[in-house]
Write a protein that binds this ligand. Structure first.
Ligand SMILES: [Fe+2]
Length: 177
């Protein structure tokens, strides 16, 4: 079958294809920028906490090994899935995701000062308690910005993240009381 002239030209010349339309989801550009930038901070904090939690899962020693090795695993698995959701929300709002170690270090409020010498379980639990609270604070700031802009999907996502991180902080803190 012979291809029509216009069909052939379309497939061979990408400039003749449709261009991506501008984003128009009912949130103005300034708000999309502010929400995205706040989500980048949430992502950086969440990734740093994820890595710290996985690190402690690997390096835990002592009489609490069994229960904490498992507890940390439950937490980092849940956090890993959430990272994808946060990053893809940034994309849906029209921004690229800063996701290198450099980006995360620059944007995170959690100090990534973990070394393999930190194997005392109480110190691990203390750091993870503080880490979960740090993510909660950053997520809460972002939620306020999203809420003012009427960005319900982001509000919904961050509400879920707050529930998880505040619960984690409570459970971790309880181990030290
Ligand atoms: Fe493991």
């Amino acid at each position: 079958m012979r291809m029509g002239k216009s069909e052939k030209s379309l497939s061979e010349d990408p400039n003749l294809g449709a261009n991506a339309p501008d984003i128009d989801i009912g949130i103005n550009a300034d708000d999309r920028k502010a929400i995205s930038e706040s989500l980048m901070q949430v992502l950086a904090d969440a990734f740093t906490l994820y890595l710290k939690t996985h690190n402690f899962h690997w390096n835990i020693t002592g009489k609490m090994f069994n229960s904490l090795h498992l507890m940390f695993e439950t937490q980092y698995n849940e956090q890993w899935i959430a990272l994808d959701e946060i990053a893809e929300r940034i994309r849906a709002l029209g921004y690229n995701v800063p996701a290198s170690y450099k980006d995360f270090q620059r944007l995170s409020t959690i100090k990534d000062d973990t070394t393999v010498e930190h194997t005392d379980w109480r110190e691990m639990v203390r750091q993870l308690t503080l880490g979960n609270e740090a993510v909660s604070r950053t997520a809460r700031k972002s939620l306020e910005i999203a809420d003012k802009a009427g960005d319900d999907p982001t509000v919904d996502m961050l509400t879920s993240r707050l529930k998880v991180h505040e619960k984690n902080a409570w459970m971790l803190r309880s181990l030290l009381q």
